[in-house]
Design a protein around this ligand. Structure first.
Ligand SMILES: Nc1ncnc2c1ncn2[C@@H]1O[C@H](COP(=O)(O)OP(=O)(O)OP(=O)(O)O)[C@@H](O)[C@H]1O
Ligand SMILES: [Mg+2]
Length: 421
């Protein structure tokens, strides 16, 4: 695409784990630097009680990990479409609606993009997953409307949406010189999205691409679900998950579920949970494990543990095993997790991703040998088992994996030119 002048609008990839902003202008790469030269801004916000300040991105994670008292929120996008969205959370002694919390992040994302670009943006194309909510069209529309309201509250005057995998396709299309039928597989932090689309330099000039898009599909499974499964299988048992009470009952699992799920971690910090766990402690057959759980909650270390689990998961993409250092919970406690353990824990997730893709291919009526290329994007496509499952359905297709974190934002920038000039 030849560019004579900078685009009027930007593209915003508000991701579950990372956000990016793309903007096309002559002789520059498409992504704006949002934090210390990085194109990605982790979708994290930290309310620092000690300093009475708020930070986002890597700085937020660093302040939390440095031990500042406060509240960390991650996987903000997972709140969209969830019942939590209507509610509030306690932050710095006051009750903050989740809606406002997401707006605070968005305002900062916009501000950083504008600083990097040296101009302001009134218009933006926002990415959205194919489904914010699986199997519930009304809830899905509501999630998009909520994101639009957040975008407007953050200062964007004109907002439109494009599916994230289609955006990635437009980014890839800028690199090819002949026609290809491409399956985009975007496996992010919160969702897995697929688009089957015909791409070529000639087609790229058309404004209406409906004929080129053969199918779109997705499922609400991403890297955060893999974290959760690994945590429940490999780490939460050390804190008493699946242990027994003296009266012969199972230890309740809800607190472990909350701790293993990024966007519900803060729910274990309520006084009610604390009182309940004190009682369970007296009844537990595994007091040593519950000691760890209580210490974790007392020190507000839920996100610290989730960060260890996520890092372990990423290490298992390359290695066969990884050792977690958990001496924050018990002095000298080390725990080794293996690739096999991870694969067993997440086999069902991979199966559901595989089924979603085979249904999509069947519905599109496209036989697998017609697909020329699988374009992988999204951080969680780093999980070998997921890549293999997808590739096994399209054995003849060429596989492309590039910058797993940048193609959606870069593609949304292409879409922004199409829509706003
Ligand atoms: N090498 C790796 N192996 C496995 N998983 C990885 C790797 N690198 C990153 N991840 C995971 O990728 C996920 C983040 O990917 P990405 O930034 O593409 O998501 P996102 O765009 O924020 O989410 P979504 O598009 O679903 O809203 C995280 O769950 C992270 O743990
Ligand atoms: Mg994404």
């Amino acid at each position: 695409m030849f560019l004579a002048a900078p685009a009027r609008a930007c593209g915003i990839d508000f991701g579950t784990s990372n956000s990016t902003v793309g903007w096309l202008r002559p002789n520059h790469p498409p992504l704006l630097a949002l934090e210390d030269g990085h194109a990605t801004l982790p979708s994290v916000i930290f309310f620092n009680v000690e300093e009475n300040s708020t930070s986002v991105g890597r700085a937020a994670l660093n302040e939390y990990l440095a031990g500042y008292e406060g509240r960390l929120m991650r996987a903000l996008k997972s709140l969209l479409g969830s019942s939590l969205m209507e509610g509030k959370t306690e932050v710095q002694g006051r009750s903050l609606p989740y809606m406002e919390l997401l707006s605070q992040f968005m305002v900062e994302l916009k501000r950083r993009a504008e600083t990097a670009a040296g101009r302001s943006f009134d218009q933006a194309v926002f990415g959205r997953p194919v489904f914010f909510v699986d199997d519930d069209a009304a809830a899905d529309r509501k999630a998009e409307a909520t994101l639009e309201a957040i975008a407007r509250a953050s200062g964007f005057k004109e907002v439109c949406f494009q599916y994230e995998p289609i955006a990635a396709a437009y980014h890839y299309e800028r690199q090819i010189d002949r026609e290809e039928l491409v399956l985009v597989a975007d496996i992010g932090g919160g969702t897995t999205d697929f688009s089957l689309i015909r791409l070529s330099p000639q087609r790229a000039r058309n404004t209406d691409r409906r004929e080129d898009l053969l199918a779109n599909g997705g499922v609400h499974i991403g890297g955060t679900n893999f974290d959760r499964q690994l945590s429940l299988a490999g780490v939460m048992p050390l804190l008493g998950y699946r242990s027994m009470l003296k009266r012969g009952l199972d230890m309740p699992s809800s607190h472990y579920m909350n701790l293993a799920t990024w966007h519900t971690i803060n729910q274990v910090y309520t006084r009610r949970t604390w009182a309940e766990l004190q009682e369970l402690y007296l009844d537990s057959q595994a007091p040593e494990a519950l000691d760890r759980l209580l210490k974790l909650i007392r020190e507000r270390s839920g996100h610290w543990l989730a960060i260890q689990v996520e890092a372990a998961k990423i290490a298992l993409s390359d290695g066969e095993k990884v050792t977690l250092n958990l001496d924050k919970l018990t002095p000298n406690l080390q725990h080794t997790l293996t690739r096999l353990e991870f694969e067993l824990a997440s086999a069902q997730l991979v199966e559901r991703i595989g089924t979603t893709l085979s249904t999509l291919l069947a519905t599109a009526g496209v036989s697998h040998e017609k697909v020329d290329t699988v374009f992988f994007t999204g951080g969680a496509s780093g999980v070998p088992m997921v890549r293999e499952r997808i590739a096994s359905l399209l054995p003849q297709a060429r596989r492309i994996e590039e910058d797993l974190f940048g193609s959606i934002g870069a593609g949304l920038a292409v879409e922004a030119i199409r829509r706003f000039g």
